[in-house]
Design a protein around this ligand. Structure first.
Ligand code: XMP
Length: 507
């Protein structure tokens, strides 16, 4: 495998990803990692990523120089190249101006990393500083008009640097360059597949856990479901997945999750804690208070249930790479990096040793693993659902009655959108129950009932979103069905706000 050392570039994930696409496993490590703790028997080469810092900044992240002493190939990209220069005795020129965008690369040496490529091709640059003097024993192997040392290599050691980004699609032959490094220079075989990831994880989990037990919190979302299946594959019923019904789940959700896992042979420890959650939420209208109460109560319930199984050392969590990177990518002025420990998870006092088999993967890779492990599409391809569940979709005070109304209305929205073949085109589609009543007329009777808002958005990552231009016929059908079938609702409105300035959820 290849170890990618992350200096905070927005492209680091992409480097690891591209290498995996070549059929070679790769993992991302912090520059502060202790080299002796790395799996050196498996690592055949290192890539030092780019990063936003200048190597002369006070807080500039530096890796251990031991990496250059291992005799394993090293490829520095952008900041990584400048760091190699600085650490091995060359000089980097500070510049306040960034060179950004396309440049024409002229290749000077096609013997290894540029093997089989044309003499000239386009590359993508994004750097401020540049190399003024190369370290002893290095020479330029490519140039651009503005950058005389656009790529270099050491004549004695297998150390390479690229001033441009081979991992982005704007660089022609980027894939070939990475392939030359990973396969020819590092000698990796192209034999890694998601199946190998599963096998390797299973082996590692078995080794680590021995004959002990592991807890995990199953939410029914993709990540926790895949972790559950993976750890279960490794240690069987010594995995104790705890599924908490907080009373804020969608229609039939708990039942479906339990049935799915039962059919996959996984025993779930189910806890119906809806009473507790709803009692604590009584009278609460502030959205952030709702979130806090739900978070706290979840931890209490989990703790109580876990204690029934005695002292358990391990906790499996579905932390993904983007969660990890959010917690470490803060190259703040103090340069203190939050540890990966407990990313978005349970509190420190739990004192579990974490098992996070998905921590180097992206969402689509996790889905692929889920698919290989037999997870059905209804879980794999489900829209995101917030942790606080329907609590933040009942605007204002939550009652059982309102939750029941919302569940019915929501099920109709999702069903109709699925029937129209639009479910997978949308990021999310759901119903919201407003705590407002309005007047209507049904038959000869005046009604005074709740309003349901339908929300359907398109988005790439949930950070920004646009309301979906659903066909009028579909909206009409949804509205009709909700008003006719859901007692307590006499009006349906469609939310036509984008994010920003609105958010996807109403609370
Ligand atoms: P907003 O409403 O902020 O939502 O536009 C963006 C995405 O995040 C989800 N979301 C949450 N997920 N806990 C979660 O686990 C929360 O408190 C929460 N609030 C919003 C939301 O469903 C959307 O996908």
């Amino acid at each position: 495998m290849i170890a990618v050392i992350d200096f905070g570039s927005q492209y680091t994930q992409l480097i690891a990803r591209r290498i995996r696409e070549l059929g070679v496993y790769s993992e991302i490590y912090s520059p502060f990692v202790d080299v002796r703790e790395l799996p050196l028997d498996r690592i055949k080469g290192f890539v030092l990523s780019g990063g936003p810092a200048s190597v002369y900044d006070d807080n500039a992240p530096v890796c251990s120089s031991e990496i250059f002493e291992l005799g394993k190939p090293v490829l520095g990209i952008c900041y990584g190249m400048q760091l190699i220069t600085r650490m091995l005795g060359g000089v980097v020129e500070r510049s306040d101006k960034r060179e950004y965008g396309f440049a024409l690369l002229r290749v000077l040496d096609k013997s290894d990393i540029f093997k089989g490529l044309p003499d000239e091709f386009q590359v993508w640059m994004s750097h401020g500083d540049r190399i003024l003097k190369m370290p002893e024993g290095f020479r330029a192997i490519a140039e651009t008009e503005n950058t005389p040392v656009a790529a270099f290599k050491s004549d004695h050691r297998k150390i390479y640097g690229l001033q441009f980004h081979p991992e982005v699609v704007h660089t022609a032959y980027g894939k070939e360059i990475l392939s030359n490094f990973v396969k020819d220079i590092c000698g990796c075989e192209s034999d890694w597949r998601m199946e190998s990831f599963i096998e390797q994880s299973v082996r590692e989990i078995r080794e680590r856990v021995g004959d002990e037990k592991v807890l995990c919190a199953l939410s029914g979302g993709v990540d926790s479901s895949v972790v559950t299946l993976l750890v279960h594959k490794a240690i069987g019923d010594r995995l104790i997945p705890i599924f908490v019904d907080n009373g804020l789940l969608r229609k039939n959700e708990a039942k479906e999750v339990l049935e799915t896992f039962e059919s996959l042979g996984v025993k779930i420890h189910f806890v119906d804690a809806s009473e507790r959650f709803l009692n604590r939420l009584k009278g609460v209208t502030d959205p952030e208070k709702k979130r806090k109460i739900i978070g706290e109560e979840f931890i209490r319930v989990f703790e109580e249930e876990a204690s029934k199984f005695g002292k358990i050392r391990f906790l499996a969590q579905g932390t993904l790479y983007p969660d990890v990177i959010e917690s470490i990518s803060v190259w703040g002025p103090s340069s203190t990096i939050k540890s990966h420990h407990n990313v978005g998870g349970l509190p420190d006092r739990f004192d579990f040793e974490l098992i996070e088999p998905l921590r180097f993967l992206f969402k689509d890779e996790v889905r692929e693993i889920g698919r290989l492990l037999g997870l059905p599409d209804r879980i794999l391809k489900r829209h995101p659902f917030p942790g606080p569940g329907l609590a933040i979709r009942v605007v204002g005070e939550i009652t059982r009655e309102k939750l029941d109304i919302l569940r019915e209305a929501d099920a109709i929205v999702v069903e109709e959108i699925k029937n129209a073949g639009l479910y997978h085109k949308l990021w999310q589609a759901f119903a919201v129950l407003l705590s407002v009543k309005s007047v209507g007329v049904m038959g000869d009777e005046r009604t005074y009932d709740y309003v349901v808002a339908v929300r359907a958005v398109e988005s790439v990552d949930g950070m920004t979103a646009d309301w979906s231009r659903l066909p009028y016929e579909l909206l009409g059908r949804i509205s009709n069905r909700i008003i006719n079938e859901v007692k307590g609702v006499n009006r349906v409105v469609y939310d036509i706000s984008s994010k920003p300035p609105s958010t996807i959820e109403w609370e």
